[in-house]
Design a protein around this ligand. Sequence first.
Ligand SMILES: Cc1ncc(COP(=O)(O)O)c(C=O)c1O
Length: 396
Amino acid sequence: MTAITQPALRLAKRMSRLGTETAFEVLVKARALEAKGRDIVHLEIGEPDFDTPANVIEAGANALHKGWTHYSPSAGLPQLRQAIAEEVERTRGVKVAPEEVVVVPGGKPTIFFLILALIEEGDEVIYPNPGFPIYESMVNFLGAKAVPIRLREERDFGMDVDELKSLITDRTKLVILNSPHNPTGGIQTERDVREIAQAIGDRDVMVLSDEIYSRLIFEGSHFSILSLDGWKERTVLLDGFSKTYAMTGWRLGYGVMRADLATHVARLMTNSNSCTASFTQVAGIEALRGDQTSVDKMCAEFKRRRDLMVAGLNEIKGFSCRLPKGAFYTFPNITGTGWKSKKLADALLDDAGVAGLSGTAFGDYGEGYLRFSVANSMENLEKALGRIEEWTKKNL
Ligand SMILES: Cc1ncc(COP(=O)(O)O)c(C=O)c1O
């Protein structure tokens, strides 16, 4: 018998340009250390440690029993699209029709599908750096040019609009905004948003406004570019259920966009997922229309934890941390330690049993920072702070 040789894997070239989300890799490494008996405090992954609210679980379970186990329309159940349109209208003060809503499995697919639908080789996309790594990954994947706009600590991690203006060229097709911001917790005020809109002006440029943390704000209030006169046609709003309702595993999110674009994004859904799970969508209606006290409770708890974590980090040699105004992350400056971010993140995991992320997991301008999620108990945050402090005393 002739031996069968394993053929070489001939991946498409574009796969070499696809990035990743380091949080998932650090989680795997942290779990492997746990399997060897180590005690690890998990501050790496970006998901609420709370359970999905009971009313939402019940709605999802009931939906399964009632037969919501089949395909739904690709763009989502009409009832959910209607509920989302009402929610967005209420929270952003702009009229939204159900045909302008596309329900997708999570927050990420709106990034993926929008960039697939709009961006061609040679196009330029301006995105926040440090920022959610999937923006840069997707733009590079499609052979377009990812143009970072640096978010600086001295501006409270807000955008410098003069810099934004200087980065816009004739090839700019999309500007990505994210507020409240992952990983810094910075938020854009109404004034910031107006200045950004003015900087873009009436150029033929679309905006992807990632507002997945819009309900998790500790100081100030959320303001969307969608609310500005004339911006609805040029904005795609990304929001979802993962963070607000602690529903990361349900996979439910949405994009709000002009109806002619929505039909194309829905076609991408037909070609990929077919639809978002039907019972998940039914639970989503309950999440939006049901009791909201668990959202408020979760937000208040994140604020308490943020205060503890920021105060603790500021006590540690070589660390300094601004007060994030939203989301559930702290983003301490660690330049005072003299260590590079990645090396420090690795050392804290390996030696101190604290899993956090290097700022560089969010782009080159994240050097000099670490990200610690506060989606863990006060007790564990205190444990992590104690361990980091002990580590710095031994090593700095
Ligand atoms: C800024 C931002 N956008 C989108 C997402 C994606 O959310 P999902 O898990 O629902 O896909 C995340 C998740 O961490 C995020 O931080």
